[in-house]
Ligand binder design. Sequence first.
Ligand SMILES: Nc1ncnc2c1ncn2[C@@H]1O[C@H](COP(=O)(O)OP(=O)(O)O)[C@@H](O)[C@H]1O
Ligand SMILES: [Mg+2]
Length: 236
Amino acid sequence: MLEVDEVTVRIGGLSVLDRVSVSVEPGSVTGLIGPNGAGKTTLFDVITGVRRPDSGHLALDGTRLERAAAHRRARAGIARTFQALQLFGTLTVRENVLLGARPLGRGARGAAADAVIERLGLAAVADRPSQLLPTGTGRLVELARSLVAEPTYLLLDEPASGQSESETAAFARIVREVAADGVGVLLVEHDVPLVMDLCSTVHVLDQGRLLTTGTPAEVRADPAVQAAYLGSAVPT
Ligand SMILES: Nc1ncnc2c1ncn2[C@@H]1O[C@H](COP(=O)(O)OP(=O)(O)O)[C@@H](O)[C@H]1O
Ligand SMILES: [Mg+2]
């Protein structure tokens, strides 16, 4: 299990995260939703080691992580995609995906990259510079780069934004398969129906605080959650 325990992050005197506890079970999809500025991306930065929390703990299958460097966490099995795409624009799709591969032999890395590229339906664009791709396809490339590392936990930051309907459908199918293979997925997404469809548990953040944790049905019915979504019903 990936455990975030009472994590606090302060930026310029403001609590961007205030004693937030979140957990992700292996083999499941956990949602993390909340309005813009709630702290979702910051939480990903804390989990991946980009940002050190002011207090709180992190553990991966019982091993404490909060002092580990980012590359050690990656090696321990934590992979992510980025809300603002972080692809090397002049490199091809295949080269970008290869950057995520584990240090196997050269042939094995290529084979692993090609298998993931095929699986995500990216074969036709594999040799194209990634800067020529639409955002939605770029998100699939980031997913491919994460998956080729064979993560045990996968953090996805708004993966469906900018995607076409067919790309989102492909993405949803892969997320289900990945979780069925035993990976713990943490999904940040504004497409609430997609979150409700994919997730067994949903955490709701608002202004750095965890509002609630529950099943999709529980979260949808929670008045505090509805208030956080500007006083209107949670989009269904
Ligand atoms: N590097 C930074 N400097 C100043 N403020 C930041 C920084 N990163 C995030 N914040 C602030 O932290 C809050 C949470 O941001 P973020 O984690 O990106 O939220 P979300 O991903 O839920 O939209 C926002 O108010 C944002 O302005
Ligand atoms: Mg964000």
